[in-house]
Design a protein around this ligand. Structure first.
Ligand code: B4P
Length: 196
């Protein structure tokens, strides 16, 4: 089993690199952003709550987000058996502690955290381009600035948390998608040879 956390600022390539890693390692992909967007498009109760935060560039409150993730894990036991790529979760220290407990209950753990490191002007450029191409509602300059601010205050401290746990693998997230994928695989192969 291999559980990976893909960590990084909005627009750093978490979703993009996760897709490549699923293909390579046969892991189950859980993107909390995608889960929330599915609820928003269905217009259900959770979707309405999620939309009220995402449209302002804010994080969904921890207690709700943790329950959502636990539900996803519980509803897919056979899919998660080989391991999971957690994309966009955790985003706070409390979420990281909750994830540790959830996996411990299942006799497992986070094996590695891949931190995609990209400069802010490039993050902006990518998300503005995606907003123009896909119409994604939170990819507009005003909301992007708020998301980056939230990232610096609430999410970036997790980097030190995972460094202290000896699990953080920082990767330069610039260059082509293939280049970044190559760097991620090299890092995993060097540090977790028994798993990859
Ligand atoms: P997410 O869906 O996780 O959105 P994101 O941070 O923008 O990352 P994403 O994976 O989509 O983009 P990527 O970097 O791959 O979250 C959306 C919102 O949901 C959050 O703001 C928050 O409100 C809420 N939420 C989600 N999880 C939560 C949690 N745990 N707790 C509380 N709230 C939560 O790619 C960006 C763009 O860059 C793409 O267009 C891609 O094509 C491009 N790109 C990728 N790699 C590239 C490369 N190497 N070169 C050039 N372009 C590249």
């Amino acid at each position: 089993m291999l559980n990976l956390v893909i960590f990084g600022a909005p627009g750093s390539g978490k979703g993009t690199q996760s897709e490549r890693l699923i293909d390579k390692y046969g892991l189950h992909h859980i993107s909390t952003g995608e889960v929330l967007r599915e609820h928003i498009s269905r217009g259900d109760e959770l979707g309405k709550i999620a939309d009220s935060y995402i449209s302002k560039g804010q994080l969904i409150p921890d207690d709700l987000m943790i329950r959502v993730l636990e539900n996803v894990l519980d509803s897919n036991p056979e899919l998660t058996a080989k391991g999971v790529i957690f994309d966009g979760f955790p985003r706070t220290i409390d979420q990281a502690k909750a994830l540790k407990e959830m996996l411990a209950k299942r006799d497992s753990k986070v094996h590695a955290v891949i931190g995609l490191e990209v400069a802010e002007d490039e993050l902006m450029r990518r998300m503005i381009q995606r907003g123009a191409e896909t119409g994604r509602a939170d990819d507009n300059p005003e909301t992007i600035k708020k998301r980056l601010k939230v990232y610096h205050t609430q999410t970036q401290p997790l980097r030190d948390y995972y460094i202290a746990e000896g699990k953080y693998h920082g990767i330069d997230g610039t260059g082509s998608v293939d280049d970044v994928h190559g760097k991620v695989v090299d890092s995993l192969t060097a540090r977790l040879p028994e798993h990859v």
